[in-house]
Design a protein. Sequence first.
Lengths: 421, 421, 421
Amino acid sequence: MSSPFLTASQHADAQALLDRLISEHKPGYALQRAFQTDPGIYQLDLERIWRRGWLFAGHTCQVKQPGDYFVFDVDTDSIIVIRGDDERIHALHNTCRHRGMKVCQAESGHVGRIVCPYHQWSYARNGELAACGGMDKEGDLDRRDFGLHRMHVREVGGLIFVCLAPDPIPFEEAERSLGALLRPQGLERAKVAATRSYEVRANWKLVWENNRECWHCNVNHPQYVKANYDNAPIDDAALKHEIEARARATSAQLEADGIAIDYQEAGLVRFPSRDCWWSINRTPLVPGWVSESMDGRPVAPLMGDYSTRDVGTLRMRTMPNFWDHASGDHAVSTRLAPAGPQRTLVQVQWLVREDAVEGKDYTLDTLLPFWELTSEQDWDLCEKNQAGVSSSAFTPGPYSTRREYNVIRYTEWYLQEIAKP
Amino acid sequence: MSSPFLTASQHADAQALLDRLISEHKPGYALQRAFQTDPGIYQLDLERIWRRGWLFAGHTCQVKQPGDYFVFDVDTDSIIVIRGDDERIHALHNTCRHRGMKVCQAESGHVGRIVCPYHQWSYARNGELAACGGMDKEGDLDRRDFGLHRMHVREVGGLIFVCLAPDPIPFEEAERSLGALLRPQGLERAKVAATRSYEVRANWKLVWENNRECWHCNVNHPQYVKANYDNAPIDDAALKHEIEARARATSAQLEADGIAIDYQEAGLVRFPSRDCWWSINRTPLVPGWVSESMDGRPVAPLMGDYSTRDVGTLRMRTMPNFWDHASGDHAVSTRLAPAGPQRTLVQVQWLVREDAVEGKDYTLDTLLPFWELTSEQDWDLCEKNQAGVSSSAFTPGPYSTRREYNVIRYTEWYLQEIAKP
Amino acid sequence: MSSPFLTASQHADAQALLDRLISEHKPGYALQRAFQTDPGIYQLDLERIWRRGWLFAGHTCQVKQPGDYFVFDVDTDSIIVIRGDDERIHALHNTCRHRGMKVCQAESGHVGRIVCPYHQWSYARNGELAACGGMDKEGDLDRRDFGLHRMHVREVGGLIFVCLAPDPIPFEEAERSLGALLRPQGLERAKVAATRSYEVRANWKLVWENNRECWHCNVNHPQYVKANYDNAPIDDAALKHEIEARARATSAQLEADGIAIDYQEAGLVRFPSRDCWWSINRTPLVPGWVSESMDGRPVAPLMGDYSTRDVGTLRMRTMPNFWDHASGDHAVSTRLAPAGPQRTLVQVQWLVREDAVEGKDYTLDTLLPFWELTSEQDWDLCEKNQAGVSSSAFTPGPYSTRREYNVIRYTEWYLQEIAKP
C-alpha cells in the first residue's frame, strides 16, 4: 500500500523518518515532535491508520429511510453513507466514476438516485451505475464496472462503522462486545437532537492523548468532575472504596434489567489490550447525578430499555476516531477526522430517544452545555499542546503510570499500527 | 530548462512521478489525480506549458496610447504589457533589475516612465533602463544590460499574446488563422466595458476540461443552451440537419460581407490537430438569437465591419489560457492564470465598440448576465470536480467520444506538451 | 546541528541548494531568489542564524519585578523571558517538560510560579520544576532533570538578549561597546509607552536589506529625511562639511555629560566588520530637530542622564533581529522574528522615562507617528520587494557601493553565517 499524495521518494523519506522516530522513542514517554508536525508522517498516518481501521461514521438513525444519506470527510476523502433500497446501509466514495466530480455536495439529505451534477451519471442507492446517457460506449460499457467505489460498512447497536481498506481488519469481536453493552441504550431508536462541528488546530493524535486521561479534568473541566469519578487517581484507597460501593448500589438497581456497572476502580477504564481498537464499559456517576448534565438532573426522556434513571454512564471509544458517553436519557458521540498534520475536524452529536419533542421533552439549553463545555475546553488544551510540541526545544516527557496509563496504552497501539508497512 | 521553485532533487522527483503517470495513463480516460494535485507536477506545468506557450494577456484597446499599461500575473510572475513610444506593445517582467522590486503595483495605468518605487531606477516605456541615479557605477554600468527583462509579444486582431520563453514556438500560422476570422469583429476598435475576476479553487487543467465539452450545459447552463447548439450530441441526425440549415441561412445573410459560418455540425468544434494550440470558427446561434444575451436580443451597437446583426458567434480558444465568444454586438474574453496546484485565477472581460456609451448604447444589466452566469456556473463545477478528484479513491473514468472528443484532444495535447523535457 | 523540521534527505537537499547558491552568488549583487523563497533555505536560516545568534527579546523594564514575564516567539519556538526570585532575568522555552504544552499563553504577565494549564506541572520563576503532583514516579523522578529548557540570556543597558544555542557566540565585546554608548540613555529606567505588532509578508532578509540603506528614504520616508542626514550620499562634499559642523556643535553641547557624536560623515554608519553582529553610534539630527518627531520638537521628558535636549540620535542594530533609534526624550526598538519563508513578524516599541505620565508628560499622538509611519512605509516596500523577487525572471542586480555599502556588508555577513555547517 502506498500514499496517494506522496511520490515514491517522499514515501521513502517519510518511512526513514518514521523508522528513526520509532527506534528513538522512549517507552512510557510522549511521542516526538515530528509525529505531530511532519507532513510525511501525516500521510503515513492516513495510509496505515485511517485508511485501514474501522472508522465511526455516524448513527443508523441518521439514515432511517432508503435514500437517506449523510457525508463524512476524512482528509481529502469524502464518504457517502446511504440506506439502500435493500434497507441496508452502504458506504460509497463521493467521487464520480466518470471524471471524479464530488457527486453529493450537501452534508446530508435524501435522494432517489445519486445523480452527478456534472454529466448526470446516475447511481442507484447502493452505488451501482444506473445510467450514463451520453456515453458513446454506453451500450458496450459495462455498468457493473462503474459503480461508485464501495467500502466496507458494519452496524452495531445503532452505530455505523466504515473501512476504506479492501481487506478490513476483523470486526466480529468488537461487534460482540459493543453490541452486548449498547443494547439497552436503544441508539437505533434515537434521533440526533443537535450537532456541533469544530476545527481543532492540532494533530489528531494530540486529541486522543487528551482524551485518554482525566488528570487534566480537575482544573480544566469543572462541570465534568462534579458528575464523574475518572479524574481520581487509581490508587486512592478511600475513593476506590467509595466508587466500589457506588458501583454496587447502582448495579443492584439495574439488576432487574440485566445491566451492571462493569467497572469498579477509579481512573479511566483500561483498554483491554494493545491490539484492541475498542473498549466499552458502564461506570457509576457520583451520587445525586443521574445524567451528564450541568446539575446532574435528567435532561430528556429515558432512552432504550432502561427502566430507571440511575444507570451510570455507558462509555465507549474506538480507535482511531470515536468516543461516546451515554447517560440514561441522552448520548453524546464524538467523531474525529484528520484534515492536515496540525488540523483535526471534530463533530459532536447529541442523541435522545426518537419520539422526544424539543421544547416539550427536552431543551437544548439543558441538554448541550455539559459536553459542549467539556469538548471546547479540550480543543483549547489540544491547540495549546500542539503549539508547545512544535517548539524546536520540545523533548517528550514521561507519562504518569497512575494517571496516564491509557495514554501509554494508546501510544503503544499507535506505534504498533503505524509500524505496519 | 528547470523550475526555479524546485531543487534539483525535487525536480528529479517530479519528473519520475510524471514519467510514471504518463506511462500509466489510459488513452481516452481522464487524467490521474496527481496531475490535479501534486505540487511538483504543478511546477512542471509552469515550466513546460506556461513558460513556453503563447499566453493571451489582454486586448490592444487596453493600451491605446504610449504609456498605457496593464499587468498580468502568472503564478509568481508578473508581466507588464505597455505601449511604447514606438507605438508598439512591449511585454516586460515586473521586477526591477536592481533589487527585484515589483515596479508596477497597479493593475493598469499610464506612465511616462516606469519608475521603481524603491530607489527610482527608471525605465523607458520599452523597458530600457533610462536612469539609475545613485549607482556608484552609473558611469561605467552599461544601462543596456539592465533593462527590464523582456519577453516576446505578438498582436493579432486586437488580441495580445506574450511568451516567456527565450525561443518561442511559432506564432505565424496562428496569426494567419485567427487574423482572418477576427478581422470583421473589430476588436482593435473596441473597449472593455466590464471586467470580472475570479479565484477558482481547482487546477487549471480541470478548468479546461470543463471548457472543452458542452455535455454539462443542458443541466448547468440553462441560459447558454437557449442560445447555442453545442450542448447537442454530434450524431443527432435531425438536429444536425437543423443546424446545417441554420448555418446556410446565416451564411447567406453574411455573404455580402464575405463572412461565413464555417461550422456545420452539432457539438463543439473539433480542435484541428493535437499539435495545434489554437482554433477559431463561426457558429450559428439558434433562430431568434442574434446575441449571446439572456433573451437573444442585441445588447450593444454592432461591432467592427458587420452590416447585419445575425452573425452567429465567433469563437476561439488558444492553449493554455484563453477563450472568447463574440456576438455581433459584443465579445467576451476569458483569461486563465495558474496560482497553485488547486487554484486558478480567471479574468472575464466584456468588450463593445469603442464609441459605445454606457447607459445610452448599452447597460451592464443586459450585457453581462449571460456570460457572468455561465462563467460562475462553470467555476462552481470545477471546484466540485477538484474536490472529488482529490479523493484517494478517485480512478479516472472514460470520456465519451461523442460528447467529449475535445476533452480527449485537449488531454492528448497536454500530455504531449508536458512530456517535452 | 540539524533542522528539527527537515528530514535527513530534505536537509541534504537544502544544503545542496545552498552550496550552489553560494557558489553562484556574485559579490556586490543582491541575493538570489531562492534565498528569499525556498522553504529549505528558510530552515537553514533558522538553524544557523536564528538558533545560533544573540536575539534581542525585549527590555529589562518590561520585567521589573520577580515574576514579571513576557513571551517572544521565533518561528515555532516560544520563549519566556521572566525575572526570577534571584532578581536575574531567565529565558525559558515555553514548552512543558511533561507533554509539551505551551505553558504561558499570554503575551506578558506576572506569575508566582509558571503553572502548566494541562496537568499543573509547576515551575519556579527560574524554570526549575517545583511540583508535578500526580506523577507516579514523583518520588524517584529527579526534578532537576525536568526544569523548563533554559537558554542563555544577557542584559546590556536595559536590553535583553537571548541565545538558543547551547554554546553561544561571544557577547562580551558587544556588551562593552553597546553598554558604553547606551549608558546615558537610561533604558533601565524607562517604560514601554506603546507597542505595535506587524506581519510583513516578506522574508526577514529583505527586511534587513531595506533597513541597511537610506537611499530609499528621500522618496519613501518624507518625515524621516526632514530629521536625519542618512539619506544623503556619502560623497557629497558640501553636505559632509555641514554634517561635520553640526556634529561638532552637538558634541560641544554634550561635552559636560561626557557624550559625543561619534559619527561624522553622511550616509548610514558602516558596520565595523563582516564578523561583527552589532554596531552603535550617535548621529546628529538636522538643525532645529531635537527629537525624531514629526516637527522635531520634544515629545516626552528627557531620558536617562541627559542634561540637554539636543543629543542627536543614538542608534544601534544587532544581527539578526534588532534596531533602535533613541532621541533624548524617547527610544524606538524594532524586533524581528521569522515566521515563514515569506513572512516576518515585527514588533515596534516606544520607550519613555519610567515616571512620565501619558496625557501629561507625553501623548501617543505626538510620540508615535514618526516611527509608525517610517515602519509601515518600510513594510510596504518589503512586501513589494518580495513580490518581485519571487518572479521566475528575477536576476539579482548590483548594489551601489556609495549608497548600499551596508547592504553589501550585511549580505557578506549573512553568507558567511549561513555557510557555517
